[in-house]
Design a protein around this ligand. Structure first.
Ligand code: ZN
Length: 325
């Protein structure tokens, strides 16, 4: 008789035949570090805390102890400016973060820098715009300059998040020009999504996050997989070393498509703030088991083809994996 689940006969057999196992080795923990030093829970991402330059080392130690090799750095400035030129200051906050962590951890912890204009521009737009039109070249050129500042300070990987066409080309060329030809570019490709909202609330100081900023002008249409793949083709063609698909759960098919089309390029998936909330809220009400739901979603993201997963749940997931062993 043909039975399909004989290999589930024991836990050992399941482990033996399982091809896409979630491992702490493939997780990245995103960190929000505040220049004003406020250490409070992030209201829109419950269970996660803002860090200061002082306590970021402790969190990174915990991350490393759990076997997670990398963190994604989001620096939250006290003051931004109209064109984001604060990003290029010699002793800016991001520079301090990378220098401190590099000094403390050397190569033990990979520091991934989120490179985007919204971290520095007063209106929190990810791109420069004029009369409703995205200025791709101007944006990409600025991202290249920011990438160099971060690499000089100690970033191991730069991850452009603005989705400006030409951003990978400009960053690659700027890094190479300054002797950082060994720094990989990890390019975000995002679809239009309501699931980013808790993140926007977490990184903004205004009551209405990103007021007047139309992000749909530069993100891929959620319905249109051809548009998404065009963007992947462009970024891979320009030299992206890793592609990040964001959000993860609503784009599992796109993760698979990227994997099939580019089997030699590492694929990352970002389990975003809204996905985190979709697990956290019902778990708090007792409707779901948080750990089971977390591991199921991470497993499905892995199965779709992601090699790397960025998640606010990285520490919890690593603890679950540790307990299993
Ligand atoms: Zn941005």
């Amino acid at each position: 008789m043909r039975l399909t689940t004989r290999t589930k006969r024991s836990k050992q057999l399941i482990r033996l035949v399982r091809p896409n196992h979630v491992s702490a080795n493939n997780l990245v923990y995103p960190l929000f570090i505040r220049e004003d030093g406020k250490k409070i829970e992030i209201p829109s991402i419950k269970g996660q805390k803002y860090l200061s330059l002082e306590d970021v080392v402790e969190t990174c130690n915990e991350t490393l102890d759990l076997g997670i090799p990398a963190v994604m750095i989001f620096g939250l400035l006290k003051t931004k400016d109209s064109d984001g030129s604060v990003a290029l200051q010699k002793h800016g906050f991001h520079t301090k973060i990378f220098k401190k962590l590099k000094k403390e951890f050397g190569d033990d912890l990979a520091l991934i820098s989120n490179v985007c204009l919204c971290d520095f521009t007063a209106n929190e737009s990810c791109v420069y715009m004029e009369k409703g039109k995205v200025l791709h070249e101007k944006t990409a050129e600025m991202l290249g300059k920011i990438a160099v500042v971060h690499a000089e300070a100690g970033a191991d990987v730069v991850a452009p998040a603005a989705m400006a066409d030409g951003q990978v080309r400009h960053i690659r060329s700027a890094l190479d020009g300054e002797g950082f030809d060994d720094i990989p570019v990890m390019s975000y490709i995002k679809t239009d999504s309501c699931l980013f909202k808790p993140f926007f609330k977490a990184v903004t100081s205004s009551k209405v996050p990103r007021k007047g900023v139309d992000s749909s002008k530069f993100r891929a249409d959620i319905i249109n997989e051809k548009m998404f793949m065009q963007k992947v083709d462009l970024d891979v063609g320009e030299g992206a070393d890793i592609i990040i698909v964001k959000p993860a759960l609503t784009n599992l098919d796109l993760i698979l498509r990227v994997k099939q089309k580019y089997p030699t390029i590492p694929i990352a998936a970002f389990q975003v703030s809204g996905e985190y909330a979709m697990i956290k809220s019902p778990s708090e009400k007792g409707l779901l088991s948080e750990k089971a739901c977390l591991m199921e979603t991470l497993s499905s993201i892995k199965r779709a083809g992601a090699d790397i997963i960025l998640t606010y749940y990285a520490l919890e997931a690593a603890k679950v994996l540790k307990d299993r062993n």
